[in-house]
Design a protein around this ligand. Structure first.
Ligand SMILES: [Zn+2]
Length: 440
């Protein structure tokens, strides 16, 4: 059956959930003093009133975020808790959309590519783009992960694979990001600062790059980590909903106030870095600031990182894999620091000089060098370190901090929130001169 329908945004809610903490005390003559002390301590603690999470689904389609969930695949498995529609654009009539209904629920369904077309439960869709639209509560499970919104499948131009893209309103998207980026039990104002930073970053990337492709964001740290519903909690929803529509902005050097790429990283190590030295862009608000806050929040084993070593051949291979222009260097023989920012007791490497067996040399930004050698960044955690040759290997030692160090320091935000600072104060500290504005 085919019908013509209009795609619109829709409202939605999940069941309310209230978290209560029940404290019971049994009085006895010998414990009265202890109880009194406990009560005094408890009364002094800040109580966290958790509100009922409301899933914000009702917003104009122009604000929806398109998240790339699967890239270049030939099959995937979908499951829904409600019936769903499969909508496909009519190539000849772009304003018309055909709808096919599927009433199976809680049944894993295989979506496959066959002869350049997507087949769902045996039915072939000849259109290169199909959208899966679950009924209320607008939830689907893709390859084991739960997400809100819709799922769009797009066959790649060569017809050999397809991409899967989650179309999701910004607030449920951000709940899946903030909960993946910060523990839900952190201070509410730190979570709100993270929500605003993540919202700003997402809309910056969407605006800058989204028009030229079918998706806005990757779901990895390449952009920002998004784990869908599994990252959600009452605290996370509270931070997202209380900052609904808020982004941070700054005066551009050659224009009006606008949003900027509000980078953030885990632990700056004591001083954040100028974006120019790390990403090569220059925004007036992305300058380094001292951060006395993260050291008390991050565990020592995460604030400082242990010496790591890599085989020289591996380092050459990994650099070549990402930077083919280095081929002319041959085997990398010398790695030296060509630029660094000094902060007194430590320095962050910003530029690396590579000299090869052919005698030729080249330079890389230190952050690019780090991620080429360790793309996960889990071992080679930051560029606050020193480099030496040790027993025929490259060794990196005296490491501190985790991440690129530009913009908001997440552990620092938690430290500031613990000291009573609010989200606005945290953001204007790490993004000097920035102002929070509402975009919807
Ligand atoms: Zn910090």
């Amino acid at each position: 059956m085919s019908t013509t329908i209009q795609l619109t945004a829709y409202p939605g809610k999940i069941a309310s959930r209230t978290v209560r903490h029940v404290h019971r005390f049994r009085a006895s003559s010998g414990t009265n003093v202890v109880i009194l002390l406990l009560l005094l301590i408890l009364c002094g603690c800040k109580h966290r009133q958790l509100t009922t999470p409301t899933v914000q689904m009702d917003i104009e389609p122009e604000f929806w975020i398109r998240v790339l969930l699967l890239d270049d695949v030939t099959a995937c498995t979908l499951k829904t808790v409600s019936p769903f529609s499969v909508l496909s654009d009519m190539a000849a009539l772009p304003t018309e959309i055909t709808e096919n209904r599927y009433n199976q629920t809680n049944v894993p369904m295989r979506f496959e590519l066959a002869n350049g077309s997507i087949t769902i439960d045996g039915k072939t869709f000849t259109n290169e783009k199909v959208t899966i639209f679950p009924d209320d509560p607008y939830i689907f499970n893709l390859n084991g992960g739960d997400y809100r919104g819709k799922l769009k499948l797009i066959v790649n131009p060569d017809g050999n694979s397809f991409d899967a893209i989650n179309l999701v309103p910004p607030e449920p998207y951000l709940a899946g990001v903030v909960g993946a980026e910060m523990p839900g039990y952190w201070e509410p104002e730190a979570l709100k600062a993270q929500a605003i930073a993540a919202r700003t970053y997402c809309f910056y990337i969407k605006k800058r790059f989204g028009a030229n492709r079918e998706w806005d964001m990757k779901q990895t740290a390449a952009h920002q980590v998004y784990r869908g519903i599994s990252a959600e909690s009452s605290q996370i929803w509270q931070a997202v909903n209380e900052t609904k529509g808020q982004v941070t902005s700054c005066k551009q050097s050659d224009g009006p106030v606008d949003i900027f790429p509000s980078y953030y990283s885990s632990t700056c190590g004591g001083h954040t870095e100028n974006s120019k030295n790390v990403f090569g862009d220059s925004f007036e608000t992305l300058i380094g600031v001292p951060c006395p806050y993260c050291q008390d929040v991050a565990k020592p084993k995460f604030f400082f990182w242990p010496m790591i070593q890599f085989d020289k051949a591996d380092v050459t291979a990994r650099l070549l894999e990402r930077y083919s222009q280095l081929e002319q260097l041959g085997e990398i023989k010398y790695i030296t620091t060509a630029g660094q920012t000094n902060y007194g007791e430590f320095a962050r490497l910003t530029k690396i000089k590579l000299i090869g067996s052919t005698g030729k040399s080249d330079f890389l930004r230190a952050e690019d060098f780090r991620l080429a050698i360790d793309p996960t960044g889990r071992k080679f955690r930051s560029t606050i370190c020193q480099i030496v040759e040790l027993s025929g290997k490259w060794a990196f030692f005296s490491g501190r901090g985790w991440g690129h160090g530009v913009g908001l320091c997440q552990c620092g935000a938690q430290g500031m929130a613990r000291e009573g600072k609010n989200a606005q104060q945290i953001l204007s500290y790490y993004y000097p001169g920035s102002v929070i504005i509402s975009i919807y």
